[in-house]
Design a protein around this ligand. Structure first.
Ligand SMILES: Cc1cc2nc3c(=O)[nH]c(=O)nc-3n(C[C@H](O)[C@H](O)[C@H](O)COP(=O)(O)OP(=O)(O)OC[C@H]3O[C@@H](n4cnc5c(N)ncnc54)[C@H](O)[C@@H]3O)c2cc1C
Length: 311
């Protein structure tokens, strides 16, 4: 950004913009290059103005949620990284059928709302259906974009619709049947996912007993603790599972558990987790990822594709 663009952005967002920010502090990997600007946006109007300004000025941008499935490369990101906060991270009730009536209870959650907050809200309101998200450290927007899921369930299945802002600042509500969900991916016909922001999402849930919702969340969390490395920085599963197989199985079969580049390591506990054992840089992670891809290909003929979005 040139000096004038910086001044315009500062005038638009005030305290909401920070400069030259290490993205290691905003990613669960605790690694990543610097963003030229990190913009926290609190409302739809502010976000619309920002997107229109970005369009006019040609400054590159990306949206992130909780940074649990991204890696900003060592070069850094020359442009604006946007996060949703305030009213764009709230949850509220949209439609409640009569107590005896059929049909789901519909809630709306802002794109910036964390999964943890969404689940706590659902539990407090005795609404079941999203418990499978327990332990996934993302946001609603990131979860919908990635079609996050676990234990045979995924976010797309509970979704009734989304509200999106496109890069021209147009707000649109799309029903679930306008969206296509596949493994760790959401598509909207005719649109590039990187060019739109999920402002909010509607979910259809069932009333349930609070104790049962809590028990299901605890069960999922306990299962997670058994399988995944705990207390170490990562972005969850790094590679997508190829059709009919598991990335973790292929990495283990290539003998790569424990392989390290700097402080980036293939977790000895779960081979599809690349973990940051201390001060790994984005370059360490990228070097390790390339080596894992190469050695798995040599061993099994399968090219592993990252699930983590790298930019
Ligand atoms: C310990 C651990 C365990 C995990 N377990 C699971 C699991 O069981 N299942 C699973 O599916 N994932 C899992 N993940 C990965 C991750 O938590 C999910 O993919 C999550 O949904 C990402 O959400 P986020 O808000 O952190 O997105 P980010 O990582 O911030 O972003 C991911 C992508 O979503 C886009 N995005 C974010 N917000 C928006 C928005 N509002 N509008 C449009 N696009 C947006 C970003 O541009 C980026 O391309 C795990 C991660 C960790 C660290």
């Amino acid at each position: 950004m040139n000096r004038q663009q910086k001044a315009e952005l500062a005038a638009l967002l005030g305290d909401g913009v920070r400069w030259n920010v290490s993205m290691a502090r905003h990613s669960t990997f605790r690694a990543g290059g610097r963003a030229e600007a990190l913009a926290d946006v609190n409302g739809v109007e502010e976000l619309r103005d920002l997107l229109r300004w970005l369009r006019r000025s040609g400054v590159p941008w990306r949206i992130i949620g909780r940074g649990s499935n991204i890696l900003v490369s060592g070069r850094g990101f020359a442009g604006v990284i946007i996060r949703l906060q305030g009213e764009l991270a709230a949850v509220d009730l949209r439609h409640e059928p009569d107590r005896a009536g059929p049909g789901p209870v519909v809630i709306r959650a802002g794109g910036g709302c964390s999964m943890a907050r969404l689940l706590a809200w659902c539990t407090a309101h005795c609404l079941g259906g999203l418990e499978f998200l327990a332990g996934i450290p993302g946001s609603v927007g990131g979860g919908v974009c990635m079609n996050a899921g676990a234990w045979g369930q995924a976010m797309g299945e509970r979704l009734q619709g989304v509200e999106i802002l496109d890069c021209d600042g147009r707000l649109q509500r799309l029903a679930a049947d306008a969206l296509r969900f596949s493994y760790r991916r959401m598509e909207v016909a005719g649109r590039e996912p990187e060019r739109m922001i999920i402002v909010s999402a509607w979910f259809g849930l069932q009333r349930d007993r609070q104790a049962e919702i809590v028990a299901r969340c605890r069960d999922y969390l306990a299962r997670r603790r058994q399988k995944q490395p705990a207390g170490v920085a990562s972005a969850g599963s790094f590679f997508k599972n190829p059709d009919g197989d598991y990335a973790g199985r292929l990495i283990e079969a290539a003998g790569l558990k424990g392989l390290a580049r700097g402080d980036a390591m293939v977790s000895p506990r779960h081979a599809n987790f690349i973990v940051n054992t201390g001060r790994a840089t984005a370059d360490d992670i990228a070097a390790l990822v390339a080596e894992v891809q190469e050695r798995v290909y040599r061993n099994s003929g399968v090219r592993l594709e990252p699930e983590v979005h790298i930019f």
